[in-house]
Design a protein around this ligand. Structure first.
Ligand SMILES: Cc1cc2nc3c(=O)[nH]c(=O)nc-3n(C[C@H](O)[C@H](O)[C@H](O)COP(=O)(O)O)c2cc1C
Length: 134
């Protein structure tokens, strides 16, 4: 089922969106805030790839960079435009890191806060340029 994006922003001004995935990016945990902001129930999110909230305006290179960091066992931070179930978009500042158990990477976790307007304004032209090169 693909979601038709609509040009309407969903804003939220507080709270932390938390999720975890396995090594393939399949969601294994979603907090209540993630469900609320993305517009899905927990059951709809668990077991799905994290790209369930991928917005078509996001350049692929942004996620290549994220995965390069994960594969190297490093943390990644970035601004992401995500797609809600109702088609609206929301911007987050995201911190993604590997989950390490007994020295092995067993999954990844992400914590996100609402992105500041200044962060969004700065990244939009960069993403547009990256997208144009795809
Ligand atoms: C912990 C974690 C959190 C992620 N969060 C997002 C997210 O919020 N939005 C998103 O589009 N992709 C997110 N991704 C990346 C997706 O899994 C996927 O790589 C990306 O959306 C590109 O999708 P595609 O490969 O289908 O083009 C996350 C990945 C991980 C490991």
């Amino acid at each position: 089922m693909s979601i038709q994006p609509i040009d309407e922003q969903y804003t939220f001004d507080s709270g932390l969106i938390v999720s975890s995935t396995d090594l393939k990016g399949i969601i294994t945990y979603a907090n209540r805030k993630f469900c609320e902001i993305a517009g899905y129930t927990k059951d709809e999110l668990i077991g799905k790839n994290h790209n369930i909230v991928r917005h078509p305006d996001m350049p692929k290179a942004a996620f290549c960079d994220l995965w390069d960091h994960m594969q190297a066992g490093k943390e990644w931070t970035g601004i992401i435009k995500n797609l809600r179930k109702d088609g609206k978009y929301y911007w987050v500042y995201s911190h993604v890191s590997p989950i390490i158990e007994n020295g092995n990477v067993v999954g990844y976790s992400a914590a996100r806060r609402p992105a500041f307007q200044t962060e969004v304004e700065e990244i939009i032209p960069q993403y547009k340029e990256m997208k144009a090169k795809e």
